[in-house]
Design a protein around this ligand. Structure first.
Ligand code: 13P
Ligand code: SF4
Length: 349
């Protein structure tokens, strides 16, 4: 190993020596050297979402964080190339905010079940059905859906965004559970219009009472956690702090000690003193938190990995820079409209 690879290896060994075998650390340290060299050559910045696997997370990103954080970093960077170690909707958000940069997503399979749950046509249909009602769209959507929206939100600012509208009724898309959790937090009543063919109807609900209109999108990772999981863990560890991402069901969120964005969950562990912690979110993040907080007892409920985040590897990150792939392109007419919705969110904070 040359000197740079050795330095990276020592850093990774120190952080991850208890969870990642040595042979992997050696190989990945060498790949990290290649990535760093390509990063310099191409004047690139690497953004890494909190769900990246531990070796990638702790080696090559210039910035790590939740989706709101990384959107801000993407908007601010003056580098020529942004490599987004996350999923497609995140890379698209970077392109929407900073169109003159080349944005690369290391895997072309990094989708998201929430983003796949709704189309731009669905949003137009809802607007026709509920004229004048503002549309809030979770950032876990594609650019053409954002373009049909008034404002975006992430899990860290969804409540603030809804409240900022001062509207009697809000359409909140596409995550059913996040919408229900926001409705619970803001004291709003929510309905889910039935969709038949291209017509959405409000069913038997009285629209005069309705304050949030949702959609049946779900995160395929967070929908798997159940109240039964929580009860089972609490039976064994009565004082465990259970932390749930707001893409979990409202029942799971209610049975947990805390709910928040990936950054908020990380902060909770750093700033509190529970005898054990259990994270109800993508399980690589549990490894990343455990590595940063060796004194904390992180329980594992690691049967759930995001198959999309999981497609991003160190090898693909290197090849993204080497082969200039996969380039994110958004038609300018869509990007400009999507920008309005994302920028409005960023201004709220
Ligand atoms: P955060 O915005 O909390 O980082 O979450 C993104 C995501 O995809 C969660 O599944
Ligand atoms: Fe999408 Fe869920 Fe994966 Fe997040 S964890 S990227 S919401 S599928």
């Amino acid at each position: 190993m040359d000197q740079e690879a050795n330095q990276i290896y020592e850093k990774l060994k120190n952080k991850l020596g208890k969870i990642v075998p040595d042979v992997e650390l050696v190989i990945k340290s060498q790949i990290a050297v290649e990535i760093n060299e390509l990063k310099k050559q191409r004047n690139a910045v690497i953004l890494g979402h909190n769900y990246m696997e531990p070796v990638l997370f702790y080696s090559v990103p210039d910035f790590t964080g939740d989706s709101l954080d990384l959107s801000r970093k993407a908007a601010q960077t003056d580098k020529d190339v942004i490599v987004f170690c996350g999923v497609r909707f995140m890379a698209e958000t970077a392109k929407i905010l900073n169109p003159s940069r080349t944005v690369l997503l290391p895997s072309n399979k990094a989708g998201c079940s929430l983003a796949a749950s709704i189309t731009a046509e669905d949003v137009r249909m809802l607007r026709n059905k509920f004229p004048g009602v503002p549309v809030v769209t979770y950032v876990n959507t594609y650019a053409d859906v954002k373009a049909e929206s008034d404002i975006c939100c992430t899990s860290s600012n969804a409540i603030a965004v809804v409240e900022s509208l001062h509207a009697d009724t809000v359409i909140f898309l596409p995550d059913e559970y996040l919408a229900k959790n926001v409705a619970n937090e803001t004291g709003k009543h929510i309905i889910f219009p039935t969709v038949s063919g291209t017509v959405a109807s409000a069913g038997t609900d009285n629209l005069l009472d309705v304050q949030m209109i949702g959609w049946h999108g779900r995160c395929e990772v967070h929908e798997k956690f159940t109240v039964q999981d929580i009860e089972t863990v609490r039976a064994q560890f009565p004082d465990v702090a259970i932390l749930a991402h707001p893409e979990c069901s409202p029942e799971v969120v209610a049975a947990s000690n805390f709910s928040g964005s990936t950054n908020a969950l990380i902060r909770y562990v750093q700033q509190s003193n529970a005898p054990q912690y259990l994270l109800l979110t993508e399980c690589s993040m549990g490894d990343n938190i455990a590595a940063a907080n060796p004194e904390k007892d992180m329980l594992r409920l690691c049967m759930v990995r995001c198959p999309h985040m999981n497609t991003i590897t160190m090898e693909d990150t290197r090849d993204a820079l080497k082969l200039n792939r996969y380039v994110i392109d958004i038609p300018e007419e869509i990007r400009v409209r999507a920008f309005q919705a994302v920028d409005r969110m960023i201004k709220i904070g």
